[in-house]
Design a protein around this ligand. Structure first.
Ligand code: NAP
Length: 259
């Protein structure tokens, strides 16, 4: 299916690896020109070469920490008028909330809530003026299925989710949509680290732990990053113009609720 976004411009935050990269690849495959970002130029260059090799959309690397003002300035200097913005950043560490102080909370809120809000603030009015815009925020299944040790993530991402619910309807009449994409367990470096930490905590070998862990999930496997990227690209399509203010789980059925 042609998603009708060839030639559009996308800033994809935190996209040298993992979920962000998968979104950038899927968008570039649709002929979208992508600005990919991360904090390591070598990793960015490797990913840029992979995207270039697809022979579809153009790729530009931006060495930028998206959680800083300077990083976001760099992204908008490189791509001042994006049609698509995919918000993403590294996730906060797990832990016991009794050990987190104000600076831990402020970091999580900055990285996983405020940074996305600032990216939206910088891009949305231009999208409205041009009559096309797609904003996708990568959050987490933890928004709907919180885990105690991921308190920083649960809190900051729920804050972003509430903010989005408040602003997402306004620009709908201008063909500008804002949606949140909630990964469950998608096979990336971060997911492998999380699974390893769980295996260590359970005093099990990673392979043995993973068999049971994923075996207990409805899909019996982790998600593939390409599956996640394809969902993001669809949300950015012309066809998805009537989908906004949604929280879409990509979790293989992990979240057990009706809504
Ligand atoms: N994978 C999952 O199953 C899953 C599930 C729930 C939630 N999530 C959340 O989804 C997000 C992405 O996860 P992932 O699995 O793709 O992680 P990942 O495999 O660790 O990849 C993270 C990517 O983001 C970049 N990055 C990290 N912090 C950045 C920053 N401050 N500025 C710019 N780039 C940054 C990294 O590059 P550099 O390190 O070189 O900058 C890398 O390209 C995280 O917030 C994670 O908590 C993931």
């Amino acid at each position: 299916m042609d998603l009708n976004i060839a030639g559009r411009k996308a800033i994809v935050c935190a996209s040298s690896r993992g979920l962000g990269k998968a979104c950038a690849v899927a968008l570039a495959n649709e002929g979208v020109d992508v600005w990919i970002s991360g904090r390591n130029q070598t990793t960015l260059d490797i990913t840029a070469q992979e995207i270039q090799a697809l022979g579809k959309g153009k790729v530009t690397t931006v060495l930028a920490d998206v959680t800083t003002e300077e990083g976001r300035n760099a992204l908008f200097e490189a791509c001042p008028t994006p049609d698509i913005v995919v918000n993403n950043a590294g996730g906060p560490p797990p832990g016991d909330f009794r050990e987190w102080d104000q600076s831990d909370w402020f970091s999580a809120i900055n990285d996983n809530m405020y940074s996305a809000i600032d990216m939206i603030k910088r891009s949305i009015d231009g999208m409205v003026d041009r009559g096309f815009g797609r904003i996708v925020n990568i959050t987490s299944v933890a928004v709907k299925l919180p885990q105690a040790e991921l308190g920083l993530s649960n809190g900051a991402r729920a804050g972003l989710t509430g903010f989005i619910a408040g602003i997402a309807r306004g620009p709908a009449q201008h063909n500008v949509t804002i949606n949140n994409l909630l990964p469950g367990f998608i096979d990336t470096d971060r997911m492998r680290n999380v699974v390893k930490a769980k295996a260590d905590a359970a005093n099990k070998e990673v392979e043995q732990f993973s068999d049971t862990f994923f075996g207990n999930m409805p899909a019996k496997r982790p998600g593939d990053a390409d599956e996640f990227g394809a969902t993001c690209a669809f949300l950015c399509s012309q066809q998805a113009a009537y989908i906004t203010a949604q929280n879409l789980l990509v979790d293989g059925g992990l979240y057990p609720g009706t809504f």
